[in-house]
Design a protein around this ligand. Structure first.
Ligand code: ADP
Length: 265
């Protein structure tokens, strides 16, 4: 059952009525609706960079190519848009693989402390912003059965968001704790944060809190949706906590059974 509620409000701000429309939607209708919405989103996401590119290429063809100052700039825009489309299509391919029934993980036993550290190292070396990294990982080897490629992508998506939304001079904290039969991995930033009502939606396909801004930052709106599918394929969960203006923590869990061998170390 879905309810659409409209509030009737006067210019003075007084609410003088509510209209509630109740829809009963079956599971199939819901799937159909989601599919249509997805196709509409994909089309829109592809059309935006394409129309931008068309107008820049047109301007170049009409003579801007002769201008030594304008031409490189226009070419750069076209290049960025092309790259964004490639990212988008790659993300879409990932999702369609995840959706297919014969989707399988290629798992191995990995010490997650070392695995996580290497990924953080890579970001620390490559980062261009002035952002400090703090690590609070477990201090002993912790073996979990994972698909390393998939979890690398999960962490890449989460960490690149943390960097994207971090302010100059901010700190990113990487944590890993052990809880009952689970390890919990989290990445916290000191960025803009996410409004409470949107916290669950950020894991939906194409959901962005601020469409214009995040598109400018190069996002596809699919990163966390992919991360969610991948974590769930491992039997884990993913969630976010945030305080607007203070920062965001994105966490996920992975099943972890402490074996007796671990106790020997
Ligand atoms: P995108 O490619 O747009 O980053 P994601 O699926 O990775 O897509 O994230 C969805 C949306 O969630 C982003 O557009 C952004 O609005 C919000 N978001 C994700 N991570 C953060 C973060 N660390 N701080 C603030 N907002 C975030």
């Amino acid at each position: 059952l879905r309810a659409n509620i409209s509030v009737i409000q006067k210019e003075t701000g007084f609410v003088n009525g509510l209209i509630a429309v109740l829809h009963d939607i079956t599971e199939q209708e819901k799937i159909d609706m989601e599919r249509r919405e997805f196709v509409a989103n994909v089309s829109h996401e592809l059309r935006t960079p394409l129309t931008t590119m068309r107008s820049y290429v047109e301007a170049l063809a009409e003579g801007a190519w002769k201008d030594e100052e304008i031409a490189p700039n226009f070419l750069e825009v076209t290049q960025n848009e092309t790259e964004r489309m490639i990212r988008l299509v790659n993300d879409l391919l990932q999702l369609s693989k995840l959706d297919s029934k014969d989707y399988q993980l290629t798992t191995e036993w990995v010490d997650f402390v070392q695995f996580y550290s290497r990924i953080i190292d890579r970001f620390e070396l490559a980062k261009e912003q002035n952002v400090r990294f703090e690590r609070k990982l477990l201090d002993q080897a912790t073996f979990v059965e994972i698909d390393p490629d998939k979890l690398t992508q999960v962490l890449d998506n989460i960490i690149s968001n943390a960097l994207k939304y971090s302010p100059e001079g901010g700190k990113i904290t990487f944590k890993m704790v052990e809880e009952e039969e689970m390890i919990i991995i989290s990445v916290s930033d000191e960025g803009v944060g996410i409004p409470k009502d949107n916290l669950e939606k950020i894991f939906e396909r194409f959901y962005r809190v601020d469409k214009a801004r995040t598109r400018k930052l190069g996002g596809t709106g699919l990163g966390l949706a992919i991360a969610k599918e991948m974590v769930e394929a491992h039997g884990g969960k993913i969630w976010a906590r945030s305080v607007e203006g203070k920062g965001t923590t994105v966490s996920f869990s992975l099943p972890y059974l402490q074996t007796e061998e671990d106790d020997w170390s």
